[in-house]
Ligand binder design. Structure first.
Ligand code: NAD
Length: 512
């Protein structure tokens, strides 16, 4: 054990035994959950390792049957799951239903169906003479034990979106949910057990960052979703054991409105996708650049739409449009970004002031007269804010959109689709949308991830969203061969001359 590992284990041992879970919209204490120590995480990991081979041996069909039963369980328990999510995140009921229940249920079905084809063995052909006639196969085997560390903004989507393909591939999984939102994971663990998942295959290890750090020391692969700062720490720790890491980190997604855009649609999407989930989505619209000729009209439209939003404590369906924030630290960040922007000359056309009320609140806010020296245009705000900036043309919009350490997603609005798409393709981000935003995330076939390191490394969704949980194995079978291969011992000048002539012919290359 290294000195740093010992220090981390000592720190974990000094932790309180329980963590309190609050409803961020009301301040009410919901419950307490265990704050697992490094020794406890190690015990769970050992049980998971013991359970993994049986799960792998079930094969794709056996595992898919469990995942499909779980898909039905999510649908049957949609209201209970949505209310659990709302209670620990403060988000609106529809935000939970659309972006969590809908995504989660679809994901259980998707990976059950796609795992066999994404992980199918493939026959490989080679032009190399030494392997002529031999069977060459590329195959995938599960890593063994995968560790998933999740954030608080989407306790179902962002944690289970990664656990499901890991399970479908035949791994056992340890999930460390955010200490702010562990209840959804615990509820879904009950669902998985009720759906027939063998004991020990999926395990929720609740706790703080120290518990997450302990998990990194136990697993064969780490899938981390969270802030760029923590992602860096996780990658550095995993590097000590040389275990692979996939990171989904922060974003500062730009939206560009071209002069020919359908302004009604652009304003509706700007309002919705900047305020959805109270702005706490890694691919939220975080900043907006509008071509000068339509700037005033766009600002007017979007301000009206944002002003009309009903924010409050989420009740059932339709009760509010925007809920509360989830993390106490996040409200402080949002307030600081807005306050600093206003101090530097920005104007809040709606919102802008943190209210005095119980719970974690900041109102939907539209800011104008912003510039690129302001923190709100450079750092991830992760709150209900929409700073809008006038630009001379698309050229300037692209330059400013790319002037960021982040590169997760971006969107462009314009009626001339060819031009809008050409502008979109110039954005240095992992995914772009034209006349739309965020919905690309629901296409599980479409890879998703950062284009710049601050937004992460690796992909979720698509083939890479499951192969990353596997070790590749290449297989060669020599089915027929000479009694003795020409190139083997003993070396003889006559055979070497034949081989040299053969290699010269083969490597001469095709004629132009
Ligand atoms: P965070 O980095 O504070 O915490 C994420 C998780 O890491 C939590 O479970 C936390 O307990 C754990 N953790 C903390 N310290 C750790 C350590 N040293 N070792 C291991 N685990 C540790 O992030 P957050 O505040 O929960 O989430 C918000 C962030 O997540 C935002 O930056 C957002 O952009 C990002 N995010 C990204 C995506 C994406 O797909 N790219 C999706 C959702 C959220």
């Amino acid at each position: 054990m290294t000195t740093t590992t010992k220090a981390r284990k000592r720190a974990a041992a000094a932790q309180p035994e329980q963590i309190r879970v609050d409803n961020p919209a009301t301040g009410e204490v919901l419950t307490h959950v265990p704050n697992l120590t490094a020794a406890e995480v190690a015990e769970v990991a050992a049980r998971a390792r013991a359970a993994q081979p049986g799960w792998e041996q079930l094969g794709f069909e056996g595992r898919a049957a469990v995942l499909r039963r779980m898909q039905r369980w999510v649908v049957d328990h949609a209201d209970e799951v949505a209310r659990t999510i709302c209670s620990e995140t403060g988000k609106a009921y529809e935000d939970a239903l659309l972006a969590e229940i809908n995504y989660g249920a679809a994901a259980f079905g998707f990976w059950a169906k796609q795992a066999p084809s994404y992980l199918a063995e493939t026959r490989v052909r080679s032009a190399q003479p030494l392997v002529a006639g031999k069977k060459l196969v590329q195959r995938y085997r599960p890593m063994g034990l995968v560790g998933v560390i999740g954030p608080w903004n989407y306790p179902l989507t962002n944690s289970f979106g990664d656990c499901i393909p890991a399970l479908a591939a035949g791994n056992a999984v340890l999930l460390k949910p955010s200490e702010l939102t562990p209840l959804t994971s615990l509820l879904l663990a009950e669902g998985l057990a009720a759906s027939g998942l063998p004991d020990g295959v999926f395990n929720v290890v609740t706790g703080t960052g120290a518990t997450g750090s302990a998990l990194v020391d136990e697993v064969d692969m780490v899938m981390f979703t969270g802030s760029t700062a923590t992602g860096r720490k996780v990658a550095a720790q995993a590097a000590q054991r040389l275990v692979p890491v996939s990171l989904e980190l922060g974003g500062k997604d730009p939206m560009i409105v071209l002069a020919d855009a359908d302004l009604e649609r652009a304003a509706t999407h700007a309002a919705y996708y900047s305020m959805f989930n109270c702005g706490q989505t890694c691919i939220s619209i975080e900043r907006c650049y509008v071509e000068a000729p339509v700037y005033d009209e766009f600002v007017d439209l979007v301000t009206k739409k944002v002003t009309a939003l009903r924010q409050g404590v989420p009740g059932g369906p339709g009760s509010v449009d925007v809920g509360s924030l989830t993390s106490p630290a996040q409200v402080d960040i949002v307030e600081r970004h807005v306050r600093d922007a206003v101090a530097a000359g920005a104007r809040a056309l709606t919102g802008g002031q943190r209210p005095h009320r119980e719970g974690l609140w900041f109102p939907p806010t539209v800011l104008v007269d912003v510039d690129h020296d302001m923190t709100i245009m450079r750092e991830e705000t992760f709150g209900p804010t929409l700073p809008v900036m006038k630009v001379a043309d698309a050229q300037e919009a692209v330059r400013l959109a790319n002037d960021s350490e982040y590169g997760l997603c971006g969107s462009v609005f314009g009626r001339d689709l060819e031009r809008a798409e050409a502008v979109a393709r110039r954005l240095e981000v992992g995914a772009v949308t034209v006349n739309d935003a965020l919905v690309n995330y629901t296409a599980l076939e479409l890879p998703m991830g950062g284009a710049k390191p601050a937004s992460g490394i690796g992909r979720r969704h698509g083939k890479e969203g499951i192969t990353k949980y596997c070790r590749q194995q290449s297989v060669l079978v020599s089915r027929w061969h000479l009694r003795r291969d020409l190139h083997t011992y003993p070396y003889r000048a006559s055979r070497t001359r034949v081989l040299a002539r053969l290699l010269a012919v083969l490597n001469r290359g095709a004629k132009d």
